[in-house]
Design a protein. Structure first.
Length: 351
């Protein structure tokens, strides 16, 4: 009987945990070259937003994004699904509607079969179909480690673009998925994950964040992003600093995926968690009584196709709660934080 291939054994990273550490990334992106002004570029790389947005006139703008990484699961079809849902999420996070995608595939031809590569692409086709878009093409190269992702094009009404740096003081903070999938993914790579936890992890990472397109219709939604490799803490810091505010984060209200705390007790933590924490610890404080050690491992946990993280004007609270309930998100109707005037630390983790 042929031994089943475990894709995670062929990659040193996993999903969005492959991301370069935030502080290192900032050094790479810094440039002494003079910047060129493009008036129609509404969102570019001068901010830490999820995608680029370009005004094409007539009240419409194009969204462009790309995302790829190494396997976070062992199954090739699931890998294609997860990488695709994760890439498409950036369009939803800007309040847009995806239009089409092209694939980015790196495959170690001498190590892994072309049949497995086909399964990855089939997983991508499945998710693109669920998003209502074509997988319209792509590019492949022979690599040392398997990697896959998409470049995605979307469209949005220019007046409805949702950025990640436009929250206001007093806004409430919501999230649409539990955190902790990085921990479960590490448990899988170490071959200690329970079957039920694996099923929940895959289900969460293959669920499209299409709610973002509906959030764009609500004026009271002041800012949106999605939680990926920098963890909940990193994306909260981006939102807070971008708006020149701070966030009081309510630790007890943050949803955690089933099994994550169990594996934490066994010291199963992604390496990227520590890289994230080293970048963010100086910007974070903890209220007395918070389980700092647990929070240290959960808040910077790298997420792959994590939930949408968005701020809401309190006047729109009831409208947002109704939308969440209509979309089966009854467990996410409580705010996990509030934006406050800028303090010494960007984030204060409270009970």
């Amino acid at each position: 009987m042929e031994e089943k291939i475990r894709l995670t054994q062929f990659s040193k990273g996993a999903g969005c945990g492959c991301k370069i550490a935030p502080n290192v990334l900032q050094e790479m992106l810094s440039s002494k070259m003079p910047s060129i002004n493009f008036p129609n570029l509404l969102v570019g790389n001068n901010t830490n937003d999820d995608a680029a947005v370009y005004d094409i006139g007539g009240g419409k703008s194009i969204i462009s994004t790309t995302d790829f990484f190494m396997p976070i699961v062992d199954d090739a079809f699931n890998f294609g699904q997860i990488a695709s849902a994760n890439a498409i999420s950036d369009v939803y996070a800007m309040g847009g509607k995806p239009l089409m995608a092209v694939a980015i595939l790196g495959w170690p031809i001498e190590k892994l079969s072309t049949e497995l590569a086909r399964q990855v692409l089939d997983g991508a086709r499945d998710i693109c179909s669920k998003a209502g878009i074509p997988l319209a093409g792509g590019h492949t190269i022979d690599t040392q480690e398997p990697m896959f992702g998409l470049a995605v094009t979307g469209i949005v009404d220019t007046s409805k673009i949702k950025k990640n740096n436009t929250s206001k003081e007093g806004d409430l903070l919501f999230i649409t998925k539990p955190i902790g999938v990085g921990i479960l993914a590490t448990a899988q790579k170490r071959d200690v994950i329970e079957g039920g936890h694996l099923t929940k992890m895959i289900s969460q990472m293959t669920t499209l964040n299409s709610l973002g397109e509906k959030l764009a219709e609500i004026d009271g939604i002041t800012a949106v992003t999605d939680v990926t490799g920098f963890g909940l803490l990193g994306h909260c810091i981006e939102m807070a600093e971008g708006a020149d505010l701070s966030i009081d984060l309510f630790y007890s209200k943050i949803p955690v995926i089933e099994g994550a705390k169990e594996y934490l007790s066994k010291r199963i933590v992604p390496d990227a968690t520590y890289r994230n924490w080293n970048s963010y610890s100086a910007k974070t404080s903890f209220e007395k009584g918070v389980n700092v050690m647990e929070a240290f491992n959960l808040l910077p946990d790298p997420q792959t196709n994590g939930g949408l993280l968005f701020s809401v004007n309190p006047n729109a609270f009831e409208e947002v709660v109704a939308l969440l309930k209509q979309n089966g998100l009854e467990n996410f109707i409580e705010p996990i934080g509030v934006f406050v005037a800028q303090k010494e630390k960007a984030i204060e983790v409270k009970l």
